[in-house]
Design a protein around this ligand. Structure first.
Ligand SMILES: NC(=O)c1ccc[n+]([C@@H]2O[C@H](COP(=O)([O-])OP(=O)(O)OC[C@H]3O[C@@H](n4cnc5c(N)ncnc54)[C@H](O)[C@@H]3O)[C@@H](O)[C@H]2O)c1
Length: 374
């Protein structure tokens, strides 16, 4: 019987956006159990969260460095097996490095790092580490996107000629950081978000989704990375023309100033024989379109999540929760070498580094107003 993995969490304190989803979906299958955490930069808030979760008070830590140090001193049957990192972007590398160097496995949310330079240092740490490293690119967890990849790999669409990915949100259409909005404040602060704002926050999802599903790589790009809300300090809108490595053309758009949009995410891949469309508004459906305008719908299995696993995140269906759970199961599969899950759900350091390269090159292209190779 495979052992239950012991989880420690960094970030995900009171009022955090994505922390609860990580905790709930990591433990939903019973394959992992949360045993400790450093949930906030503030000692009191970390304790508040740890108590709410019913943790042993000795294992609610004041800081992530204390957590890694003290956990590493515990006996193997007690100490954590892996660490989940759900802090703002500027605080991914340091805790991950400490955890990996202490021999723990790490799963970290996107974007990988503050900038490309830090991502390269991160990669070196992962290469040397004994533990495994994974990332939560949520859209890799959607079963229908994995199915889309299979369809494309089978050659059903013919030669891929055009690709489009669009991720539009509207929650930053007003200057809500000026009113102290928690999640907006660090995302629009270049010292905490990193080199990119919206391009890092959701452009990375769009980029990873496009390359993962199409199987193509972006070869070169021409980007326009802008600040459209007056008073904002970092980009909130991105439009990128793409040339893929097979010669296909296309574009990536990511924006958080699309007033009234919640989670408007879609990917469209156009081939010589057929096209494939997926939209986050109907995540359990793929539409295939043919030259004679006939359409075929491919529907996934209805989800089988029990109610208490649901997290009410605006704009996200319960398929979002399911996707997160599948990513964690992929991570556990890697740790326990059980080979039950496909590689599609297992985003790793290479996905993270490539995403940071995309941010770097898109900003450079926008500043220099020219096409840049990736
Ligand atoms: N995969 C996805 O779909 C998805 C969705 C949302 C956010 N994210 C990513 O998750 C990360 C967190 O985003 P969020 O929206 O939940 O942010 P958030 O501001 O809601 O939460 C961040 C948490 O980190 C804690 N924190 C800050 N400094 C800390 C420290 N030194 N030690 C311990 N905890 C600390 C904060 O107290 C807070 O609880 C970001 O990197 C973001 O890009 C991913």
């Amino acid at each position: 019987m495979t052992k239950i993995l012991k989880m420690g969490m960094i970030g995900g304190g009171p009022g955090s956006m994505i922390g609860d989803i990580h905790r709930i979906t990591a433990t939903a299958s019973g394959k992992a159990k949360l045993v400790c955490g450093a949930f906030s930069s503030t000692k009191e808030k970390s304790i508040e969260k740890g108590k709410e979760l019913g943790l042993d008070e000795n294992r609610i830590y004041e800081s992530y460095s204390e957590m890694i140090k003290k956990e590493a001193l515990l006996d193997e049957d007690k100490r954590i097996d892996f660490v989940t990192i759900v802090t703002p972007n500027f605080l991914h590398f340091e805790p991950a490095k400490l955890a990996l160097e202490a021999g723990f496995h790490v799963i970290c949310d996107k974007p990988l790092a503050f900038d490309y330079n830090e991502a390269l240092q991160f990669e070196k740490v992962v290469e040397k580490a004994k533990g495994h490293f994974a990332m939560t690119y949520t859209y890799k967890g959607y079963p229908l996107l994995e199915k889309a990849k299979e369809i494309i790999d089978s050659g059903h669409l013919g030669d891929l000629r055009k690709v489009k990915v669009d991720y539009s949100q509207g929650w930053l259409s007003q200057l809500i950081e000026a009113e102290g909005h928690k999640q907006a404040s660090w995302r629009t602060n270049p010292e905490k978000s990193g080199k990119g704002g919206t391009i890092a926050d959701i452009g990375t999802h769009a980029f990873n989704l496009l390359e993962s599903v199409s199987g193509l790589k972006v070869k070169s790009l021409m980007a326009d990375v802008s600040i459209l809300v007056p008073g904002r300090k970092i980009d909130d809108d991105t439009n990128v023309l793409l040339e893929m490595d097979n010669g296909a053309k296309g574009y990536l758009s990511s924006s958080q100033i699309c007033t009234g949009e919640d989670q408007d995410l879609s990917v469209k891949i156009y081939g010589s024989k057929a096209s494939l469309i997926w939209n986050h508004n109907q995540p359990n459906l793929i539409t295939i379109k043919y030259p004679d305008f006939k359409e075929e719908s491919i529907k996934g299995l209805d989800k089988e999540l029990i109610e208490e696993n649901e997290v009410n995140l605006p704009g996200h269906s319960s398929y979002f929760t399911e996707a997160f759970q599948r990513i964690y199961e992929g991570f556990f599969d890697t740790i326990q070498n059980t080979n039950n899950k496909t590689d599609f759900v297992k985003a790793n350091i290479k996905d993270g580094v490539r995403d940071m390269l995309f941010i770097e090159k898109a900003i450079q292209s926008s500043n220099e107003k020219k096409w840049i190779k990736l």
